[in-house]
Design a protein around this ligand. Structure first.
Ligand code: V47
Length: 353
């Protein structure tokens, strides 16, 4: 059966089928991706009102794509106190945030409790806030640094009030590429195992994929299929987030950034291949707001949140440092012909704007 026949029949695609998708015309992919998007979400585009906090940029690991970590390229080290972090949350509550998304570098100097206690303090002071925190990369770092199992760390995370896990640290699962871009940190199997353990504890998470550096199109498909396999097993992923690689201030010498067509094809292919992950997020901080909105016609149904302060992608050249105002999001989504729906962190609908 041809790939088009399989798409027409809504058949699940194998790796061998899926690697053929990039050869299709963008608008052919759009037709099938958008059909799935409309079946699942109609004309709704989800966003949330959130605040990103990156409490430290001191990092033991050196990822070749990272411009945020202070280890080599960025000499300006910082580590926030818990009181400073609480003050950020307090201030952002005035903007009606529902979520804090807290991701740190791998700082060997702070001690385990610095990582953990802040979540409990946030919950005690602001019980309504959803705490999305600790990537699998951080969990693996804490596990090796403090000789704790993933199970033990996940029990601590739940005990300290973490509600859901972000999808960071997945990068690209292909072992050869991973070794070149971030050898030394969490492996692909470990990343998968950490999310499996988190899901088996009854919790939800997201999954990312960093693309547009040295990986091949086939590596992207392999990455998606590994996530689909875990999702078949646990059902714990809410969203898949393809992160467009930002080229500045890091060690990977990639001169030509991805084209818009390649980015849109990747969103559309993700929507087609990941038949069991409900949401495909076009994270505006890496795609730009304009392309994230266009991506709504190519299978995506989410643009992420208002963020307020973005430090990781903007360090590598993205224009995302200051976030986006709610009104701007809402107007842009409406003007694109979609329905802006504010969601919480695990995709319960809060308000149709
Ligand atoms: O894993 C680092 C990426 C990620 C670059 O779960 C870069 O809702 C592009 O995971 N170009 C962290 N990306 C951010 C993240 C995330 C973001 C928004 C929402 C969610 C969610 C998760 O940032 C890292 C890494 O892949 N990153 N450097 C760069 N140069």
């Amino acid at each position: 059966m041809s790939i088009i026949e399989k798409l027409e029949n809504n058949e699940r695609l194998s790796y061998e089928d899926a690697i053929k998708l990039y050869d299709l015309d963008l608008f052919v992919l759009a037709k099938y991706a958008n059909k799935i998007r409309e079946q699942k979400h109609g004309k709704k585009t989800y966003f949330n009102i959130n605040r990103h906090i990156n409490p430290t940029n001191v990092c033991k690991d050196v990822c070749q794509f990272c411009a945020y970590s202070a280890s080599r390229k960025n000499p300006l080290q910082y580590t926030m106190t818990h009181e400073e972090i609480l003050e950020v949350v307090r201030t952002s509550l005035k903007n009606d945030i529902k979520e804090v998304h807290i991701v740190s570098a791998h700082n060997p100097k702070t001690g385990l409790q610095w990582y953990m206690d802040v979540f409990k303090k946030i919950k005690e002071n602001f019980p309504s806030i959803h705490v999305k925190a600790l990537t699998a990369a951080e969990i693996h770092f804490l596990s090796t640094e403090y000789n704790l199992s993933y199970d033990q760390l996940i029990a601590m995370m739940i005990d300290h009030g973490i509600d859901s896990m972000p999808g960071g640290g997945a990068e690209i699962f292909d072992e050869k590429v991973r070794k070149r871009i971030c050898g030394g940190k969490v492996t692909s199997d470990q990343w998968i195992q950490i999310h499996r353990t988190w899901h088996k504890a009854g919790k939800q998470s997201n999954a990312t994929m960093l693309f547009g550096h040295i990986e091949s199109r086939d590596n992207r498909i392999d990455h998606m299929i590994r996530l689909r396999d875990l999702q078949d097993e646990t059902g714990g992923f809410n969203a898949f987030i393809p992160l467009v690689y930002q080229t500045k201030n890091n060690f990977l010498k990639i001169d030509a950034p991805l084209t818009g067509v390649e980015i849109l094809k990747t969103y559309a292919i993700a929507r087609i291949v990941l038949d069991n992950i409900p949401n495909i997020k076009a994270y505006w901080a890496t795609s730009t707001v304009k392309l994230a909105l266009i991506a709504q016609e190519f299978g995506s149904n989410d643009v992420d949140g208002t963020i307020e302060k973005e430090s990781i992608q903007s360090a590598a050249g993205a224009t995302s440092a200051k976030g986006v105002a709610v009104k701007e999001f809402v107007d842009l989504i409406k003007n694109t012909g979609f329905i802006p729906v504010e969601r919480d962190s695990v995709y319960n609908e809060l308000k149709t704007w």
